[in-house]
Design a protein. Sequence first.
Length: 714
Amino acid sequence: MKKTSLLWLFASMFFFGLSTTAKADKGMWIMSELNKQNIQRMRELGFKLSIDSLYSLDKPSITRAVVIFGGGCTGITVSNQGLLFTNHHCGFDAIQSQSSVDHDYLRDGFVSQKLEDELPIAGLQVRYLRAIKDVTKEINEAVKDSKDEAERLRKANLAGQKMAVEEQKKLGEHAEVIVEAFYANNAYYMITYDVFKDVRMVFAPPSSIGKFGGDTDNWMWPRHTGDFSVFRVYASKDNKPAEYSKDNVPYRPVYYAAVSLAGVQDKDYAMTIGFPGSTSRYIPSWGIKNRMENSNAPRIEVRGIKQEIWKEAMNADQATRIKYATKYAHSSNYWKNSIGMNRGLERLKVLDRKRAEEAAFGKWAATPNGSAYAGVLDMLQKGYESSGISQRYQTYLAEALYSGAEIPMIGLYADVAATMPARRVDIMEHLKNEVYKDYLPSLDRKVLPAMLKIVKDRLPTELLPDVFKTIDSQYGGDFKAYSDHVFDASAVTSLEKLEALFKLSQDEIVKKTAEDPAVILGKSVNAALGKISGSLRDARTKIDEGNRLYFAGRRIMDSKRQMPSDANFTMRMSYGSVKGYEPNDATWYNYFTTEKGILEKADPKSTEFAVQDDILTLIRKKDFGRYAAKDGHLHIAFLSTNDITGGNSGSPVFDKNGRLIGLAFDGNWEAMSGDIEFEPDLQRTISVDIRYVLWTIDKWGKCPRLINELKLMK
């Protein structure tokens, strides 16, 4: 609850201001809404189980083994002792938090040979889905008298929050209740989770396995990354969610997944279940154009500059690499995603397809049956086109001085802590545990001038933060000189300095904080962002209303068309097949990779492809045991036609019998437009083969206790 209230505080500060049938395999389907068409298609692809064994919240089912891992990933329960598999990049924060120069678990990996060696991870949580309830009727009743879309959304949010709070009171502190909008704000569900707060790190491969290929191979195929890590959920002695305690015991789950040793073959059934974060499948052409030009393009430019500075420092020093590993991974992942998305949208001519859909909708809306939606397209066009340039400026400013250079945000935290004593303890705790521990002012000092320059170059003078006037008048426009002043004179560049400041009287704290250059910088950036955000309110209202009505109208226009709701980090399933693809003319990618690719790519001079000698020796010996495929090789990764996106990382991939065959960890470069338009001939999910996971645990980690926990099926 503390973290939620803090996030809410800063959110309010920064931004106050063509018909298809069920034969298509695309779709992130809400489990409770699977229909006859879905089930028929699943059967055609090979699915053998009853639907109750797949999804039921009243009895053991596959669904009940799938979890939200941390704040943005998926995991799968694989033993009756709460053992979890997820991706290495999902466990990356946890692995990094336990790493030091002396115990570099990122570089060297981590193996717990007994239960007592498993490491508690402060703040890490796992959520099991408990209940889903349709509350659309209640929300619609609450919003029926709204005068405009902004008020409608506000009332819907308030009504949803009230319902969630009331339900939360009944269930206690170890449950979480949220009300989420679906189908472009045309439906609402109340979702309840059991929250486990004692989660411990059990096993992590070295980055030469878990992150093999680094940024170069990210989003690419062929892939040879063993992207997995292992954790365990602990509970109280009565098997209830509990805060960390040395007396806690491994959690006994309602259901856990069997693990297949059979491997995968071409055209085998493949099914993912997870928590995809966000898609925009029904966004109109004007929205796509905005995304490409005014969000993705600025993000690509700014992050490229920042990451180059970070990478140079990380390559030069091990301690810096450890501190900035997580931040760099998060930044570069979305940076490369944005690059790939723009290329994919252009290459696949998605804008042309969207315009054809809009033309068909416009013709229908001109008929008596569609007359209620006659103005929707015009509303959307005006909303997106009027907001485009402001959105571009907002992205530049936020990317550079909100999530680029770190010191402005730290200054804002310090200002709130100084002026709101009641929040000081929470903010200081956040700064200590989440910010300063992985912060190097010496590196940020190099980043700030570059971020100031890109803002100055890309924003019109009237939208620049006021601090740029100071930079011009007092420092002759020299961004480095100004940056040196900020870091030399500020009391917020370290926890120790800030703690010393807060030992003064309240009057002195307020006075000195108001004069602090980092605080002044942060408040100046915040004010500029607020000004831009305010100018976007009317346009956003048009866009929100237009998107809601556009979706509703399209469902009426083509009532036989299945239109799954956009992803919103709630549980979804996707069904498909194991399958390769043709990225270019005369090129065919096979559906799996083997250990041969690791040996071909391994390069001791590369930070991305270096592999420890002991791992290479194991591979060359070909001691693959029962984890070898029928061809005698160790299969590393495989492709399937499943529909996934961010948040699906760590999602279990199941075979036709509901047995675990892999962990989804990536999409392919050629179809990065998939969040906007699914491309069945081109879009693929990349998953680590579960046999490579088991081989690494068994042969490299020499940790048979974990293998013995699993229910292995041949």
